[in-house]
Write a new protein. Structure first.
Length: 294
């Protein structure tokens, strides 16, 4: 009983008591009868509710939000339908995918009743039916999907479930808004195997990248060698630069191969030796020739 009906019934009963004490018991009885009729006939539906009313076993009307009156005894409210968006969680345990992998899948469905008459008269318990249909559709979808697609294409799986469940619940006056797969659990042994496979793939990719880098470096060395072969002066300048770079660090002994020094021009040779001795106060930079063993 809603608050307005309860208030009116209470007022009528208090009036009946007052009239019975001060006026007449018969008149008080009339107030009590009216109070009972009001309690049985005055109904109120909230804005999200629909009342399905039968009159002598036949559909009389579907009442919406607000106050309305029914005929006691003749009319009967058989269902109060909530038209707000509802959520139902469902799952499938040890369901086999198309490639025979057992998985546990948890999902949730968002739905609402768009036709209260069908929801009340077309099916006995639409809430239980939605749960059963959702589980059946989930198992069918898992059985027709490969494991890789199920793990990677969640959006596609959600859309398929939405369409399949929605097609089955539409005759009941129920619209499916969306379906979301929350979790796909794999057996531990399969998780370890997939982890090792992913690690092997990453190592393979790293080796391929390293090989590509080595090939690129070798190609650059070949280009540099060709340039130095055609321009000896460039090679000498590069050698001077190497000597200069090595003399930046103090407190180290630098050994320069005699072949490298002999390959330079006299002017370049003297300049290189002067740079080495100037930059290095402690270590000695000396051309080293192999001892004559003849």
């Amino acid at each position: 009983m809603n608050t307005i009906t309860s208030f009116l019934v209470l007022v009528l009963m208090l009036l009946g008591l007052a009239v019975g004490n001060w006026v007449s018991l018969y008149l008080a009885l009339a107030f009590f009868i009216v109070a009972v009729i009001v309690a049985m006939s005055l109904k109120m539906a909230n804005t999200w509710q629909k009342f399905v009313i039968l009159r002598m076993g036949k559909l009389q009307s579907v009442k919406g939000a607000g106050l309305f009156v029914i005929i006691p005894i003749l009319d009967n409210v058989i269902a109060i339908i909530d038209e707000r968006i509802q959520t139902t969680g469902f799952n499938a345990e040890q369901a086999l995918t198309r490639d025979t992998v057992p998985v546990n899948v948890d999902a949730i469905i968002f739905w609402h009743v768009h036709d209260a008459e069908k929801a009340a008269l077309a099916i006995t318990n639409y809430r239980s039916a939605i749960d059963q249909v959702a589980q059946t559709s989930l198992r069918e979808m898992i059985g027709s999907s490969m494991l890789a697609a199920l793990l990677s294409d969640r959006k596609d799986a959600d859309e398929r479930l939405k369409n399949e469940i929605g097609a089955k619940t539409l005759p009941w006056g129920i619209t499916v808004g969306s379906v979301e797969i929350r979790d796909v659990a794999l057996p531990e042994a399969l998780q370890d195997a997939m982890s090792r496979q992913a690690q092997a793939e990453r190592e393979k990719q790293a080796r391929v990248i390293l090989g590509s880098a080595e090939a690129a470096i070798a190609g650059k060395f070949v280009e540099a060698a060709e340039i130095y072969a055609g321009h000896p002066a460039a090679l000498q300048l590069r050698a001077m630069n190497i000597i200069y770079e090595t003399t930046k660090e103090r407190g180290a002994t630098i050994l320069i191969p005699s072949s490298m020094v002999d390959s330079m021009d006299p002017s370049v040779k003297s300049l290189a030796l002067s740079l080495a001795t100037k930059e290095m106060p402690f270590p000695e930079v000396a051309p080293h020739k192999a001892a004559d063993t003849g």
